[in-house]
Design a protein around this ligand. Structure first.
Ligand SMILES: [Zn+2]
Ligand SMILES: [Zn+2]
Ligand SMILES: [Zn+2]
Length: 494
């Protein structure tokens, strides 16, 4: 039976206005403004390409030049990654100290394995250690992958880890133990959430305030939180952690839209004339909602249950029921979110149609958020020391490395939506790629020129592994909804 959301029916006219593709003038203005804000000198957006909009070079770039540093519109660390890395909840920079990162991870892992021994249940999986693919390309996030690496556990040959006594871990966590040379890797100290929850920590007051204003104030479960529905928020988060953490990203998108809406409304008195009556809509506040929704309106969208790729283990004759299950799952999540953060004036945002389209936008434009771990750099630094110093240092660091095992270098991982990067079209012979440089220590996206790019040329990146054979590439790209006709594809399949 089909799921019917009453808000879809009640607000159908407003929902279709929210989902109406923005005019090309609006698109141009919006992106021109972000290009200016990001100070991306030498880029422009053009809308006449084969795939709608695209990013074009407006000046020359040499190989290795920084083309763009994009700021995320919304992003979240994967729930399963929270055991591995303690990062700023706003910019995803590693925080605390090397000792804290190592101590916390080992502590949570050992806690996890003892809990698992006690109750061998599946529900624990969200905090269990994540199995990872052997990522030799450790500093790269070079694709648009929607990477769900489940199943990779079976073939991973993890080195046996050697657990450490709990007292040792506690003294690391408390900062009583100093590891040699760790002071070379200064991390910003942790700033707590103003709402008093343990979930969110920050690298600075700036990030704490920015996150609070935009996303976190309505989703915080702390004791000083302004939210009255702490229990409901926890239920929503728990459901997302057990099913799909993309729901948390969607909740952040909705809460930021509500924040923008409230801000615009507060400014009403000063700017009364400017917004009322715009688009011929009443002044009941919907015009503010349309304005607040604008950043979300720019991304390419489809309903999640219509666009999600059919998993390999689902037979094509079961496709319809699979898509229905996805829709039901989204409805369950939305129902929990409504109980947690519903705002009457922004009711259309809580319709299943809008929720499905937001998640679909993330599914189609999902970019990996990756920040390399300073713990990895630390152990590499020790490994590179002159023999005598190395031997001395390793006497202390070795037990920690053995306790961490192969997983010592785990990076911060999550998903994020980057407005400009999501406008970059795909090519199997791209002229640019997402690549973190030494100085890129946060979750923002960095695009580097792979070869010289001349003025007027479109800047392209590869959404997939471009070294795969032609048919495999096309199959992967079909999930993004297009058939590639780049130079390489044309050459291989004339
Ligand atoms: Zn930060
Ligand atoms: Zn909080
Ligand atoms: Zn191609």
């Amino acid at each position: 039976m089909d799921v019917i959301c009453p808000l879809d029916v009640e607000f159908s006219d407003k929902i279709s206005l929210l989902l109406k593709p923005p005019s090309s003038e609006d698109v141009q203005n919006y992106f021109d403004k972000i290009i200016e804000e990001r100070q991306c000198i030498g880029l422009k957006i053009k809308q006449d390409g084969e795939f709608g909009k695209g990013i074009y070079a407006d000046s020359e770039f040499k190989e290795g030049d920084l083309v763009l540093k994009d700021q995320m519109l919304v992003g979240a660390q994967h729930s399963s990654n929270k055991v591995d890395c303690l990062v700023c909840s706003y910019c995803f920079r590693f925080i605390g100290s090397i000792e804290l990162q190592i101590g916390r991870k080992l502590y949570l892992q050992q806690l996890g394995s003892s809990v698992r021994k006690e109750c061998d249940t599946e529900t624990y999986s969200h905090i269990s250690k994540k199995c990872r693919l052997d990522d030799s390309s450790d500093e790269e996030d070079d694709s648009h992958r929607t990477s769900h690496n489940e199943g990779s556990c079976s073939n991973s040959q993890q080195k046996e880890t050697v657990p450490l006594p709990e007292e040792v871990l506690e003294s690391l966590l408390k900062g009583d133990v100093k590891l040699p040379y760790a002071d070379q890797f200064n991390l910003p100290s942790s700033v707590p959430c103003p709402g008093g929850c343990d979930e969110a920590q920050y690298c600075s007051k700036f990030c704490a305030d920015a996150d609070w204003e935009l996303f976190h104030s309505s989703l915080c479960t702390g004791k000083n939180s302004v939210s009255s529905s702490r229990e409901s928020i926890l239920k929503f988060i728990e459901h997302a952690n057990e099913t799909n953490d993309i729901f948390i990203l969607a909740a952040k998108a909705i809460s930021s839209t509500i924040s923008r809406y409230k801000k615009l409304k507060e400014a009403q008195t000063e700017q009364q004339v400017r917004f009322t009556g715009q688009n011929g809509i009443d002044s009941s506040g919907f015009s503010f909602l349309l304005e607040a929704w604008k950043p979300m309106s720019m991304g390419y969208k489809r309903r999640w249950w219509d666009c999600v790729a059919l998993p390999d283990d689902v037979d094509s004759c079961d496709e319809a029921s699979f898509r229905m299950e996805i829709k039901e799952l989204a409805f369950q999540s939305l129902d929990l979110l409504k109980k947690a953060i519903f705002v009457k004036e922004c009711a259309p945002l809580f319709s299943l149609e809008i929720y499905g389209q937001i998640i679909g936008m993330f599914e189609l434009n999902n970019l990996d958020l990756v920040v390399a771990s300073p713990v990895e750099d630390y152990f590499l630094y020790v490994d590179d020391l002159p023999d005598k110093e190395k031997e001395e240092a390793e006497r202390i660091t070795r037990p920690f490395l053995d306790a961490l095992g192969d997983d010592y270098s785990a990076s911060c991982e999550g998903s994020a939506f980057f407005p400009l990067q999501s406008c970059m079209n795909h090519s199997c012979c791209p002229n640019a790629k997402a690549f973190k440089r030494e100085e890129d220590k946060d979750g923002q996206a960095t695009i580097i020129a792979l070869r010289p790019i001349s003025k007027g040329e479109e800047v392209t990146i590869s959404y997939i592994d471009e070294d795969l054979p032609f048919e495999e590439r096309q199959a992967l790209l079909a999930d993004y909804g297009f058939r590639c006709k780049c130079k390489k594809c044309r050459g291989e399949n004339p």
